[in-house]
Design a protein around this ligand. Structure first.
Ligand SMILES: O=C[C@H](O)[C@H](O)[C@H](O)COP(=O)(O)O
Length: 218
């Protein structure tokens, strides 16, 4: 199976978590896009969706799924999204597509976070994938210096602005032995909006696609 076929298989497997009359959170990226395409086929079941990015909102609307504002929905029963890296403890790195802040907001509002990924995303230790950090533009250099002090190598994501109008520093050379601690340290730096570690609020279910099929880690 190609990586894209695995992404599609795992996205379709997540449809079984969707119940009638729900408003659910929907993530961003190529795996989440397959999930949206699957949702389109059962859209009569859903009352709507909260999108974790403008791109996802556009795709949901295109297939006829109402996009709702999180301020009007209250907490959500379910959030489905991909990841850039995942461990067997269900800690994640997200934000390769730059949507990390809204993703973290939707995850925080959701009772169950089902993460969908192909098996290439499973790692023993997070950090091979550069960790995205969303930063208020005026704090770019300050935050970069503090990240160097923490042992990382920040690289500005060129020609990129988040949906919130901020920049992304992608942090290389991290071997993240304690993701909860690093997530907190980064979030406490003045000028940081969010970082792409999902450890304080990890996934509740990780669905992983391989050539052997889709397996579930909880
Ligand atoms: O900002 C993007 C998100 O965190 C994505 O969920 C992540 O980058 C994984 O994307 P993909 O499913 O395209 O590999």
């Amino acid at each position: 199976m190609t990586a894209d076929e695995k992404k599609k298989a795992v996205a379709l497997a997540a449809l079984e978590y969707v119940e009638s009359g729900w408003v659910i959170g929907v993530g961003t990226g190529s795996t989440a896009n397959h999930f949206i395409d699957g949702l389109a086929k059962i859209k009569g079941k859903l009352d709507g969706a909260v999108a974790s990015s403008n791109a996802t909102a556009d795709r949901l609307k295109k297939v006829g799924i109402p996009v709702l504002d999180l301020n009007s929905t209250g907490d959500l029963p379910l959030y489905v999204d991909g990841a850039d890296e995942a461990t067997k403890h269900l800690h994640l790195i997200k934000g390769g597509g730059g949507a990390l802040t809204r993703e973290k907001i939707v995850a925080a509002a959701s009772a169950k976070f089902v993460c969908i990924a192909d098996d290439s995303k499973l790692v023993d230790v997070l950090g091979r994938f550069p960790l995205p950090v969303e930063v208020i533009p005026m704090a770019r250099s300050l935050v970069a210096r503090r990240i160097v002090e923490l042992g990382g190598q920040p690289v500005l994501r060129e020609n990129f602005k988040t949906d919130n109008g901020n920049i992304i520093l992608d942090v290389h050379n991290l071997k993240i032995m304690n993701p909860v601690e690093l997530e907190e340290k980064l979030d406490h730096l003045a000028g940081v909006v969010t970082n792409g570690l999902f450890a304080r609020r990890p996934a509740d279910v990780l669905l992983l696609a391989s050539d052997q099929g889709v397996r579930k880690l909880t």
